[in-house]
Write a protein that binds this ligand. Structure first.
Ligand code: ADP
Ligand code: MG
Length: 292
């Protein structure tokens, strides 16, 4: 039978916006020694905005944005909505693309007026042997500021880069600080480029960063930590976090995230506020003390 203290703690959790799937999820919170955490939408707001554009090859900013938006119309990625919103904000005419293709963790492609248009990470362009040329320097500068840089290529040539900003949630800093003081190792895992990831990590005092990670690699990272004998929590919000959430000892989903993430998790933080992890750990400790 479920001891009374667990029922009370789970109710307390619910009133704080922390939903535990079961008693085990609550109990396990106090055992966590490693927190693997996704960046976009978990540490950050997940509401990215295009804040700068640079072009090459004679393209105008508007051309690059309109092309990127045409390709991204087929995508549900948060970066896609940043790009389509910016095109709308600037009142650009966005054409219909053909043969849309999605490359998870990398980007998207489509045919626009018979031209192949790619939108995605630098790695995505490199994989297609597209030269990133002159814009590389500016891209590095933007990334050092914590921006995500999205590349746009047309017919095998880089046409522009988009600098995208996604602010850190105001509640993240305090939560991370507490967890660090509790000697929980925090590892940021992200599909974003290394420089952007490190810029965000250093603002939060996170020392360990694994960047340019493909969706299936997040799962592998969690498995590897478990094999080291660690008790691993994973916090994430996206479809690509779901396998890692399911594999971890405690999967923690952001309530503002995708349904698949929530379904794969043991704990849901309704408001996506990372302080919920801190509160859940404190609640777990108090409950375990009562049981014993
Ligand atoms: P995260 O771990 O940050 O949630 P993803 O695995 O979804 O990231 O994506 C990793 C990287 O792949 C992004 O930072 C971006 O460079 C690129 N990418 C993925 N999907 C898209 C898209 N629809 N448009 C542009 N770039 C994309
Ligand atoms: Mg995410």
């Amino acid at each position: 039978a479920t001891p009374m203290s667990i029922t009370v703690a789970m109710g307390k959790g619910a009133s704080l916006g922390i939903l535990f799937r079961n008693a085990e999820a609550l109990e396990n919170m106090h055992r966590i020694d490693t927190l693997v955490v996704d960046k976009t939408g978990t540490l950050t707001e997940g509401k990215p905005q295009v804040t700068c554009v640079l072009t090459a090859g004679g393209f105008a900013e508007e051309d690059v944005l309109a092309m990127a938006a045409a390709v991204e119309k087929g995508s549900e990625h948060p970066l896609a909505s940043a790009i389509t919103s910016e095109a709308t904000r600037r009142g650009l005419a966005v054409e219909e693309a053909e043969k849309f293709e999605n490359f998870p963790g990398k980007g998207v492609s489509a045919l626009l007026n018979g031209k192949t248009c790619l939108v995605g990470s630098e790695r995505f362009l490199r994989d297609q042997s597209i030269d990133t040329g002159d814009m590389k320097k500016e891209a590095l500068r933007w990334q050092a500021e914590g921006k995500t840089v999205i590349w746009v290529a047309v017919d095998g040539m880089a046409a522009g880069i988009l600098g995208i900003e996604d602010p850190i949630k105001p509640t993240t800093g305090r939560a991370i600080e507490f967890l660090r003081k509790e000697a929980i190792e925090i590892v940021m895992v992200t599909g974003d480029g290394r420089q952007s990831a490190e810029a965000v990590a250093s603002r939060l005092g996170i020392n360990r960063v694994i960047a340019e990670v493909l969706p299936e690699e997040k799962y592998q990272i969690v498995q590897n930590f478990k094999r080291e004998g660690r008790f691993v929590a994973m916090a994430g919000d996206g479809i690509n976090d779901a396998p890692a959430l399911a594999a971890s000892d405690v999967g923690i989903a952001m309530g503002n995230g995708t349904d698949v993430a929530i379904e794969s998790a043991d704990v849901t933080l309704i408001k996506g506020d990372l302080r919920g992890i801190v509160r859940a750990i404190i609640l777990s400790r108090a409950t375990v003390r009562n049981i014993r």
